[in-house]
Design a protein around this ligand. Structure first.
Ligand code: NI
Length: 169
């Protein structure tokens, strides 16, 4: 089932998510829904808070469905290593219509459970490392806009407020 994607301003997007206690049928359904929602959007990653669920789960697929092996599900993920730095344009399904250059690690290693409850460790470089950092930020209640500085951040937030007032957000 495709779930609505919440936008900047929804409380759950700005609040740290809780760890998952047990991988129940409801959690598996949530993961299936998140994957479907991510592909339809389309996007390369989606975190549970984006569909209104304050749990530490994200899905990612930098091939956007072209390569089944690229589909990753992480439950209760944490960083094992991060190094280097990259500067690229970035957007978010919860901040549609806006992009900005965000500093991210060039390489990131994430450890967490897969949907079967098995521990997995995945190393990402370039786009995947960026995706990992972006989705992990979602689990901590941080959007890419929050990573921007002063004027650039203010400009986007002002435009969002304006859209909101116009009923277009
Ligand atoms: Ni996002």
């Amino acid at each position: 089932m495709i779930r609505p994607i919440l936008r900047h301003g929804a409380g759950v997007l700005h609040t740290p998510a809780r760890p998952v206690d047990a991988i129940t049928p409801d959690i598996l359904q949530l993961i299936d829904d998140m994957i479907q929602t991510m592909y339809v959007a389309p996007g390369i990653g989606l975190a549970a808070p984006q569909v209104g669920v304050a749990l530490r789960i994200f899905v990612a697929d930098i091939s956007v469905g072209r390569n089944p092996a690229d589909l990753l599900t992480f439950i209760n993920p944490e960083f094992v290593e991060r190094d280097g730095m990259q500067l690229e344009e970035e957007g978010c399904l919860s901040v549609p219509g806006f992009e900005a250059t965000v500093a991210r690690p060039q390489r990131a290693v994430v450890r967490g459970l897969d949907r079967d409850g098995k521990e997995q460790i995945v190393e990402g470089t370039g786009l995947l490392a960026r995706c990992f950092q972006h989705e992990m930020d979602h689990l901590d209640g941080t959007l890419f806009v929050d990573r921007l500085r002063g004027l650039q951040k203010d400009l986007i937030v002002r435009k969002i407020r304006k859209l909101n007032r116009a009923g277009k957000w």
